[in-house]
Design a protein around this ligand. Structure first.
Ligand SMILES: [Zn+2]
Length: 89
């Protein structure tokens, strides 16, 4: 019976990870259920800050940075962009 709990938890994490990364939620749920506890690992790996490029100076900055550390220009955090776009849909 324990594997059902793992599969359900994995599916949940898979859906969350798919939502964050823009994958299909069904694929995330199936992958999460299949991987079980391993999906937690994938989720944390997927939430690692990969950074992005500042539009003003083209230097790498953190994805959630509000201000560029190189040129000091104002930035919109990637998370705000992502969730803002998701809401407007
Ligand atoms: Zn900059």
């Amino acid at each position: 019976m324990l594997w059902i709990m793992f599969a359900a938890l994995g599916a949940l994490v898979g859906v969350l990870a798919a939502h964050r990364r823009g994958f299909s939620l069904v694929a995330g749920a199936l992958g999460g259920a299949f991987l079980g506890p391993l999906s937690f690992l994938m989720f944390f790996v997927s939430s690692v800050d990969r950074g992005r490029t500042c539009p003003q100076c083209a230097e790498r900055v953190k994805a959630d940075a509000r201000k560029c550390k190189h040129c000091g220009s104002e930035l919109v955090p990637a998370s705000v962009l992502k969730y803002g776009a998701a809401k407007s849909r």
